[in-house]
Design a protein around this ligand. Structure first.
Ligand SMILES: [Zn+2]
Length: 286
């Protein structure tokens, strides 16, 4: 049997099943998405310093931003945020083509942005125009008057949050797949972003279970069992080591060697935020 979400296999009588880790992680993804979506829709400001969940999102999206399955969403996000930053209200398909190099069609990716009301697609003379919605413009302009704007790190940080939100919405679709109904047709490009899912499942679930550290070996075992190639795993570990500034991830505060093995320690804010999520899940009785 193969897990419909992460690809884990085990012996059994059916072809497909959902593994326990994916079942638990699906609950976590649903509640984090609701929480983030609520803030993106209604908050006056979308500031990662006041909303650590957004920081978690930005830090998480950094880790897989170069993965081929997710890179297109990351690149579109980066471009839209940078255009919105300059006050643009529309982006043409031609401009997008110049900035985001991809062999994939645009429709599936843009649909995700449209569903989140981040943009509207308008056709004119066989060309797409991406109209940036108030939601996107508000998101980018919240720092326009701030002194920190000169800092290029802020733009990159915002792009990470924006991309993290988009990717989380895809994970949320995946969380709703079930043993009875697991057609990939609800997902962009009919594809499960499995590397993103498995990586975040490992990281978030560890923190969620209140375990402050994990070893590289634990990560290796977890992702290898789910047939993530070792080269991909190497990139993830590399990203986890990058923790020296605003444009890098902040999930991990320290890497140390214990008994000849590399151990990663989560930043304190990750543990505090996961405690809040545990509380949310308890309150909502899931
Ligand atoms: Zn699974």
């Amino acid at each position: 049997m193969i897990c419909i979400k992460c690809g884990l296999t085990k012996r059994g009588s059916k072809d497909f099943f959902e593994c326990d880790d994916c079942g638990e992680f699906s609950k976590l993804v649903k509640i984090v998405f609701e929480d983030v979506h609520e803030q993106m829709e209604h908050s006056a400001s979308i500031d990662p310093d006041s909303y650590p969940i957004l920081r978690l999102l930005a830090d998480s999206s950094f880790i897989t931003s170069k993965n081929p399955q997710t890179a297109i969403f990351y690149k579109i996000s980066d471009y839209l945020v940078s255009r919105a930053f300059t006050g643009a209200t529309e982006v043409t398909e031609e401009e997008l083509n110049r900035y985001v190099v991809t062999t994939r069609g645009w429709s599936d990716a843009l649909k995700v942005f449209e569903e989140l009301n981040l943009l509207k697609v308008r056709m004119e003379k066989y060309m797409r125009f991406l109209v940036l919605t108030d939601k996107t413009r508000k998101f980018a302009s919240q720092y326009l008057s701030a002194e920190k704007l000169s800092d290029i790190g802020i733009r990159i940080r915002l792009a990470h949050i924006y991309a993290g939100y988009v990717l989380l919405s895809i994970l949320n679709k995946m969380a709703y797949l079930s043993e009875e109904s697991f057609s990939k047709s609800t997902l962009p490009y009919d594809q499960r972003p499995r590397t993103l899912w498995v990586t975040l499942m490992f990281l978030w679930s560890n923190a969620y279970r209140n375990s402050e550290t994990f070893s590289e070996e634990e990560l290796r075992v977890f992702v290898s069992r789910r047939r993530i190639p070792s080269a991909t795993r190497g990139k993830i570990v590399g990203a986890l080591h990058a923790m020296d500034g605003r444009s890098t991830q902040g999930l991990i505060k320290e890497v140390r060697i214990e008994n000849g093995e590399r151990k990663f320690a989560f930043d304190d804010y990750v543990m505090v935020e996961m405690q809040r999520i545990r509380q949310l899940i308890r309150e909502r009785g899931r």
